[in-house]
Design a protein around this ligand. Structure first.
Ligand SMILES: Cc1cc2nc3c(=O)[nH]c(=O)nc-3n(C[C@H](O)[C@H](O)[C@H](O)COP(=O)(O)OP(=O)(O)OC[C@H]3O[C@@H](n4cnc5c(N)ncnc54)[C@H](O)[C@@H]3O)c2cc1C
Length: 388
């Protein structure tokens, strides 16, 4: 077995790295960092520049604004931008929802939305979670009721990333309340400026923003339904599997690890046997995480849909990013608690901020417990008692 990148893939990595290192890109990162956590931030300037270079929806067909490239190129782009801490939530949402529209949307959906997504003109947010439907998403209560050729939506979604700046929402709602809960769900494209939508901020401990989005008699035309009525569950799960490759988390962990290593070298802490043990352990775990994540990419490139493999990678990569931040805080001791606005803060407060903002990664897009459940059930064939 051998991993080898083509010359074109190596050129892509170099091009993306140079873009990330550009002074203007670094200036934007500093501005966003001053406002709060980078994970949930968005820069339209960077986004449009990436679109111009053809980096949004690289794996989509050319007729819809993509480049028809493989998952490997997408993975190289993801890995490189995550290493440079570029905020990629907008890109992640575009990937998930664009892929869903390409696979399950109508021709009209693809023409109307996917090309504009690839051009960086519009953003979609993901309207799945509710107060009582997160891990158990099929329990969602938001209703969409047919009325004179439209659907009328009522309910409240929470934790919506970038909901306050998105042009459209990709919404899951119950269209049949009288069948088992996984069977009565449908998916819709909802313009976010439709009358009846109200948006409220929810602030995260990483000083970022997600949203609570309420729908009161929000009317969308029938043609905005994606896929078949009441068959949204399978589609929704497939779309989420794309989000679980985990490569971005590994690259983030790698970058955090390198920062700690430089700090340890600079302060002459490498003589401490406990610190050496901690760093050697992390270095090994980063290698493992890389292999898990690239295995997922390799399956995707062969046209397969990774299942428990994607869950393993998401689980390991996200828990690793937290272990890196935890270790950084332990090594830096009390001064590690200082925020970036203190001149005494080590690494300009990056570890303190990474410690807080990395808490959400083991929750969003499926918690660690749910990833373990998927691995034990679909990977090992161990069915939970409530499913027997
Ligand atoms: C920063 C952030 C951004 C997000 N962005 C979005 C977004 O853009 N769009 C969107 O729709 N959602 C988004 N989410 C929501 C996210 O997907 C949910 O938070 C997640 O699925 C968990 O659901 P919950 O918060 O309701 O927790 P719960 O499901 O209530 O879980 C609570 C705890 O119970 C555990 N648990 C639950 N069920 C089981 C089980 N069967 N076995 C073992 N343990 C279990 C969980 O692991 C967790 O520890 C975001 C969340 C965060 C934090």
């Amino acid at each position: 077995m051998e991993f080898r990148f083509t010359e074109a893939q190596k050129r892509l990595r170099k091009e993306v790295s140079e873009f990330c290192e550009e002074p203007r890109t670094q200036e934007i990162l500093k501005e966003l960092e001053a406002e709060g956590e980078l994970y949930n931030a968005h820069s339209w300037e960077l986004y449009k520049k990436m679109a111009k270079r053809g980096w949004l929806g690289m794996q989509w067909p050319k007729e819809y604004g993509g480049q028809g490239l493989s998952f490997e190129e997408t993975a190289i782009f993801n890995e490189t931008t995550a290493y440079y801490r570029i905020p990629m939530m907008g890109y992640a949402l575009t990937s998930i929802i664009g892929n869903a529209l390409i696979h399950f949307g109508s021709e009209e959906h693809k023409k109307e939305y996917v090309s504009r997504m690839a051009a960086g003109e519009i953003l979609f947010c993901l309207l799945y979670s509710e107060a009582n439907a997160g891990s158990d998403l099929a329990s969602m209560q938001t209703r969409a009721v047919e009325d004179e050729g439209d659907y009328v939506i009522n309910g409240t979604k929470i934790f919506t990333s970038l909901g306050h700046i998105s042009h459209y929402g990709f919404l899951a709602a119950r269209t049949d309340p009288d069948v088992p809960k996984h069977k009565g769900i449908s998916l819709f494209i909802v313009p976010m400026d439709t009358p009846g939508i109200s948006i409220n901020p929810m602030l995260t401990m990483g000083e970022g923003r997600v949203n609570e989005i309420a729908f009161e008699d929000v009317r969308v035309p029938q043609k905005n339904m994606v896929g078949e009525k009441n068959k949204g569950w399978r589609l929704l799960n497939k779309a989420l599997a794309v989000e679980r490759s985990g490569l971005g988390f590994v690259a983030g962990a790698q970058r955090g690890f390198e920062d700690i290593l430089n700090y340890v070298r600079e302060k002459g802490l490498g003589k401490d046997p406990v610190i050496r043990q901690k760093l050697a352990r992390l270095a090994t775990e980063i290698e493992v995480a890389h292999l898990l994540a690239w295995r997922v990419v390799s399956l995707q490139s062969k046209g397969l849909v990774p299942d428990s493999e994607a869950s393993m990678s998401k689980l390991y990569g996200t828990e690793l990013i937290q272990r890196v931040a935890n270790t950084g805080m332990e090594i830096m001791g009390l001064s590690g608690l200082l925020k970036g606005n203190s001149k005494w803060a080590p690494l300009e407060g990056k570890m303190e901020s990474a410690y807080r903002s990395s808490r959400f990664v083991t929750i969003a897009a499926g918690t660690s417990e749910i990833m373990r459940l998927i691995i034990s059930f679909r990977g090992l064939g161990l069915m939970p008692a409530y499913m027997m």
